[in-house]
Design a protein around this ligand. Sequence first.
Ligand SMILES: Cc1cc2nc3c(=O)[nH]c(=O)nc-3n(C[C@H](O)[C@H](O)[C@H](O)COP(=O)(O)OP(=O)(O)OC[C@H]3O[C@@H](n4cnc5c(N)ncnc54)[C@H](O)[C@@H]3O)c2cc1C
Length: 303
Amino acid sequence: MGLFNAVLSLSGAIDTDVIEDERLARHTSYRIGGRASLFITCHSYHALRRAVEVLAREQVPWVIIGKGSNLLVADSGYDGAVITLGREFQRSVLAEDGVTLTVGAGAMLARLVNDALSRSLAGLEFAVGIPGTVGGAVSMNAGTRDEWIGSLVQDVVTYRPGVGLCHYAHDDVFWGYRETGIPRDEIILEVTLKLHPGEKADIRSKMERSLQRRRKTQPIGSASCGSVFRNPAGRSVGAMVEECGLKGFSVGGAEVSDLHANFIVNNGTATASDVVAVIQHVYEKVKETYGVELKPEVKFLGF
Ligand SMILES: Cc1cc2nc3c(=O)[nH]c(=O)nc-3n(C[C@H](O)[C@H](O)[C@H](O)COP(=O)(O)OP(=O)(O)OC[C@H]3O[C@@H](n4cnc5c(N)ncnc54)[C@H](O)[C@@H]3O)c2cc1C
């Protein structure tokens, strides 16, 4: 592959930051992961389009990430380019109707949630405490068991490599539990959400209740990727793993959390192989005990 040519073409390109051989542990909430051949931040649509075109021409594989809060990256890293969205993708605009908010996919979800609170707009309270970007949240249809971001989405703009901009209305897309029908090879650029007017005090107290619940039930101070497995219909993975007696089960520096058994935490020394070994053990035990084959929610890169 023409990695060298790709670096030559992209170094110094407008609105593009290129880092070679970047440690991905710096870009994941797990604080785990080897190096990516290239780490590219694109600050504008034109820069993004050019980067993707150069990578395609030079046959360098690439992947888009947000803040890496749902990612497990292999210890050997990723033999390709990791792309993230920079400045131009962090803006937000409120429409004249006062309830329709358009936000760039690179913006932090937490900022969006706080923005909505400060404008007395309700609907996003469930998302408080979910790390990551708006693009990552829409790609994962992030949320709780009962509420997810897709139900607020009115419109999504993506970049389809080789084609250009694509627009999807809410009903054009399948929105399921931790999944969407947005094609995986497209990059989400911008999202329009329909919120509704609310009382600031009510919004704030709903957010506080939600945060308190998180603090009580999740190891938010430890490095993790959130829930590792998706809950099967009508069941809780946390409860199943706990009933298998796996709380505290560890391999190397990776451990099933004592607080929430669907979280596998990095105690500071875990490698990706440690985490994978714990995931495999949990998967096997749950299958043996319940006959249920768990599906991962975490995304794997470089395996
Ligand atoms: C402590 C903790 C608590 C968590 N709690 C929750 C929770 O309650 N609910 C929940 O749903 N999740 C939760 N998560 C998981 C995670 O925060 C979410 O999945 C989040 O939405 C991921 O956003 P990100 O920007 O970090 O995406 P990343 O982890 O960087 O990427 C996730 C996926 O999205 C894709 N992606 C990212 N950006 C784009 C883009 N612009 N266009 C196309 N695809 C893109 C990536 O390719 C990847 O497949 C938690 C994680 C942690 C660490």
